[in-house]
Design a protein around this ligand. Sequence first.
Ligand code: R5P
Length: 288
Amino acid sequence: MKIISSSSSRELSLKIAVELKCDLLDIERKRFPDGEMYIRILGDFRGEDIVAVGNTRNDAEIIEFLLMLNAAKENGAGRVIAVIPYFGYARQHMIYKSGEPISSMVMLKSVENFCDSLIVVEIHDLGTARFSRKGLRNVKIVKPLVDYYSDKKIDYVVSPDDGGLERARELSGFLNAKSFNIDKKRIDSRTVTMTVPDIDVTGKNIVLLDDMISTGGTIIKATNMLKERGADKVYVSAIHGIFANGSYNEISSITQDIVITDTIFGKWSKITVAREVAEAVRGVINGA
Ligand code: R5P
């Protein structure tokens, strides 16, 4: 087995390679004069299984990843196992207004055209799995969060919306804490209301856990509401950290600490998903 990585997933891919005890192959990359992307996998991998790691967060990452998958398959790889740590375009997983596409379907079907198996990490909505013809595997990240927070005397794990309550519940169970969710309602594309339930959080230590931080609007509002209610320490955590518009600084100024995984690598990536991804790859290989 060998690993190939898109340019933005190298740090995580190196860790996955260590976990799986296999080599990470280099990739030559350049742009044609007209701007089109060129990639070429270096090294010999004919007949070997290839684990291809790459996000689909933006258009360039998508093209790079599809080219990588195709290069592996067309050059004689055994099984091609696609690993998408951050599956972008997952939020449009249904039609909200007539005339819209279902972006998550487009992404999933495009990737599955060029791979034998697909592994993702905490996809935004598991409903996307209904479009999969290859048994999409969604990796959950719990243990690294448990390890990080186990000595921090956490009283509550809070999800900023009901969709994340199960994730919060699971973590709170391991931390001997309680959990609840904030009631978040989208009124229209620009307006969201959030209501904290009537629970006394005065003097409590809270982990505010979301699947992703995009603009940071949700986490900032939730943090401020919990602090207004008298919470002592609010630790912010998410699986995927996008931090659009540089929102990291604002969030870090109002919270105790920010912990994000390395699905999207940045200075905030304090925990790794490498072990869980490697385990999922082994599951594919062993047919588990
Ligand atoms: C929403 O359903 C998600 O779980 C996140 O809460 C949301 O995507 C975060 O976005 P933002 O950081 O822009 O508020």
